[in-house]
Ligand binder design. Structure first.
Ligand code: ADP
Ligand code: MG
Ligand code: ZN
Length: 477
C-alpha cells in the first residue's frame, strides 16, 4: 500500500497589542460596547484617509526580527477587495506585493526549525455577531492591527503543528507583540494540510479555517489527515477546498464558497505612500529584543539542569521567566528557585493570598525571593516556616531574614529549649524509648518525629536527633 506523509502549513493571525488601531486613532481595546470604537477611517467613510500607526510597525518588526526574517527595504500596502458585511470599506489593507518580512524560521520543542514564508501587517475585519436569528456588525475590531505569519508546509504531524502554534504564540508573547489569547480571538489560526505520497510529489491541499484553540488545531488536523488518507487509499482524489472544523461533531466539512472570493482585484494602496524602512529604528528594536523562549528553554534544561516540566512552568510567561532570571542572580540553586516558584509561589497566587494574583503584583523583589529560598534550602527555616514567611512577604516590606525572627520561626538548634523539647518527647513516647534502649534504632525516628512535632517544626532535625541520643545516654536506667 502507498505510504503517505502529512504535510502541514500554518497561517497565523496575531492582533498586535497597540494602544490604537492600525490606520486611525481609535482605541484598540477588547470588550467595549459594540461599534463604540470607530471613526470615519475604520468604518470606511468616503474620503477618510489612513495613517500608519508606528507602534504597530514596531511590534510587527519585533516579531519579524525574533523569527530571523529578512526585512523589506520599503514598506508598502495593498488593497484586497471583497464584498462582505465585515468589511465596511469593501477592501482590506494588507501587504501583498512586499511583506514586511520573509524567510526566517520557528524553532519547535524538538529543536526542529520550520521556515517562515512571510510575515506581514494587515488590518482586521469587523466582527459579525449572531443573536437570536439576527446578525449584527461590531466595528470595534475593524482596523485593529494584525500581523500574519505564514509558515512553509513543513509540519509532519498534527502534534507537531500544534507545537508550532504554541511555540509561535510563546515567541510573539515574549517579544510583546500582543496578548495572543485564542479564546478571545487575539490569536487565530488557519491550517493547510495535504498528504504526500511516498514518491515525493506534494498532494492537493485543503485549508481549514478559524481554529480557535490548540486542541482544535490538533483534532481538526488529525481528523482531516484520516479523511484524506481514506480518500486516497480508496482511489479518490482530494479536492482543493476550504473546510471548517465542527468540534462538536468531530469532523471537518466544506465551507460555503464566499462569493467572488477568487477575484480580489488587488491594487496598491495609494492613500499610504510607500516609504523606506528606517534602518536605525530597526537596529534599535533589534538591540532590545529579549532572549527568545526557545533559547531560554534550552539553557534552563541543559545548563541549569531543570526538569522539563519545571522549565515549562518557569517559561509560562515573560514575567515568570524574567522573575526567575532575576532571582538567579542572587542564588546558586536554580532548581530550588524554580521549584519554589512552581509550587509555593504559584499556589499563593492561585489562591490570591492577600489579594495578589500575578507575579507583576508582588510587593517583593526577586532578590528577596532568592533569600527566602536560601533560608529554606540551608535549613535555617523549615519548609512550613519558609512557607509562612513567603505568605507574610505578600503584605510585609520586611526581608525574609527579619520575618523569620519576627514571626518566631527561627530554628531551635541548641540550648535548654531544645533539651526540654526532647525530654518531653522521651516522656511522651515511653514505648519508643524502651525499644531504643532494647537496641531498635528505628525507634529513634519515632522519638524525633515527636520532638519535631512538639517544636511546631522549628527544631532542627539533626540537632534534635543528637540531643535525643545524648539525653538517652545520660539517663541510662
Ligand atoms: P495561498 O496564497 O493560496 O494562501 P500559499 O502558497 O501562500 O497559498 O500557502 C498558504 C499555506 O499553505 C502556507 O502555510 C503553506 O505552508 C501551505 N501549503 C502550501 N502548499 C501546501 C501543501 N501541498 N500541503 C499543505 N500545506 C501547503
Ligand atoms: Mg492568507
Ligand atoms: Zn477608527
Amino acid at each position: 500500500m502507498t505510504r503517505f506523509e502529512p504535510v502541514i502549513g500554518l497561517e497565523v493571525h496575531c492582533q498586535l497589542g497597540t494602544l490604537s488601531k492600525l490606520f486611525c486613532a481609535c482605541a484598540n481595546t477588547f470588550g467595549a460596547p459594540p461599534s463604540t470604537l470607530a471613526c470615519e477611517t475604520c468604518s470606511g467613510q468616503p474620503g477618510a484617509l489612513p495613517a500608519l500607526n508606528g507602534e504597530a510597525l514596531d511590534l510587527a518588526l519585533r516579531a519579524a526580527l525574533a523569527l530571523g526574517c529578512e526585512l523589506a527595504e520599503r514598506v508598502s500596502f495593498d488593497r484586497k477587495h471583497y464584498s462582505y458585511c465585515d468589511l465596511p470599506k469593501g477592501f482590506q489593507i494588507t501587504q501583498a506585493r512586499t511583506p514586511l518580512g520573509t524567510g526566517g524560521s520557528l524553532e519547535l520543542s524538538s529543536g526542529k526549525h520550520v521556515r517562515i514564508e512571510r510575515l506581514h501587517l494587515e488590518e482586521d475585519a469587523a466582527k459579525i455577531l449572531h443573536r437570536g436569528g439576527e446578525s449584527f456588525v461590531d466595528l470595534n475590531r475593524a482596523g485593529v492591527p494584525l500581523v500574519e505569519c505564514v509558515t512553509a508546509p513543513e509540519f509532519a504531524s498534527a502534534a507537531e503543528a500544534r507545537d508550532g502554534l504554541e511555540r509561535l504564540r510563546e515567541l510573539l508573547v515574549f517579544v510583546g507583540a500582543g496578548e495572543c489569547d485564542m479564546e478571545r480571538g487575539s490569536l487565530r489560526c488557519d491550517v493547510n494540510v495535504s498528504l504526500r505520497a511516498a514518491d515525493g510529489a506534494l498532494g492537493e491541499r485543503v485549508e481549514i479555517k478559524n481554529l480557535n484553540s490548540f486542541v482544535h488545531v490538533h483534532d481538526a488536523l488529525a481528523h482531516e489527515l484520516a479523511r484524506q488518507r481514506a480518500m486516497l487509499e480508496g482511489g479518490r482524489a482530494i479536492a482543493r477546498e476550504t473546510r471548517l472544523w465542527d468540534a462538536e461533531r468531530g469532523e471537518t466539512r466544506p465551507m460555503r464558497e464566499k462569493e467572488g472570493s477568487a477575484e480580489y482585484r488587488w491594487l496598491p494602496e495609494a492613500d499610504l505612500p510607500e516609504f523606506a524602512l528606517d534602518r536605525a529604528r530597526v537596529a534599535r528594536l533589534a538591540a532590545c529584543l529579549p532572549e527568545p523562549p526557545a533559547s531560554r528553554r534550552r539553557r534552563y534544561v541543559e545548563e541549569l539542569r531543570l526538569d522539563r516540566e519545571l522549565a515549562e512552568v518557569v517559561l509560562e510567561s515573560p514575567a515568570s521567566s524574567d522573575f526567575f532570571e532575576a532571582a538567579l542572580k542572587h542564588s546558586r540553586d536554580p532548581r530550588a528557585i524554580a521549584s519554589w516558584m512552581a509550587n509555593e509561589l504559584r499556589a499563593l497566587l492561585r489562591e490570591r493570598a492577600h489579594g495578589i494574583a500575578a507575579l507583576e503584583e508582588l510587593p517583593f523583589k526577586p532578590f528577596d525571593f532568592a533569600e527566602l529560598v536560601e533560608l529554606a534550602s540551608s535549613g535555617r527555616a523549615s519548609r512550613p516556616a519558609a512557607r509562612t514567611i513567603l505568605r507574610e512577604m505578600l503584605r510585609s516590606p520586611r526581608a525574609p531574614r527579619e520575618l523569620l525572627r519576627a514571626l518566631g520561626l527561627e530554628r531551635i538548634e541548641e540550648g535548654p529549649e531544645l533539651d526540654e523539647l526532647c525530654q518531653r518527647a522521651l516522656e511522651a513516647r515511653p514505648e519508643a524509648l524502651a525499644d531504643l534502649r532494647a537496641g531498635k534504632l528505628r525507634a529513634l525516628e519515632a522519638l524525633l518525629g515527636a520532638a519535631l512535632a512538639l517544636s511546631g517544626g522549628r527544631a532542627h532535625p539533626d540537632a534534635a536527633r543528637a540531643t535525643l541520643v545524648r539525653l538517652v545516654r545520660e539517663q541510662r536506667p
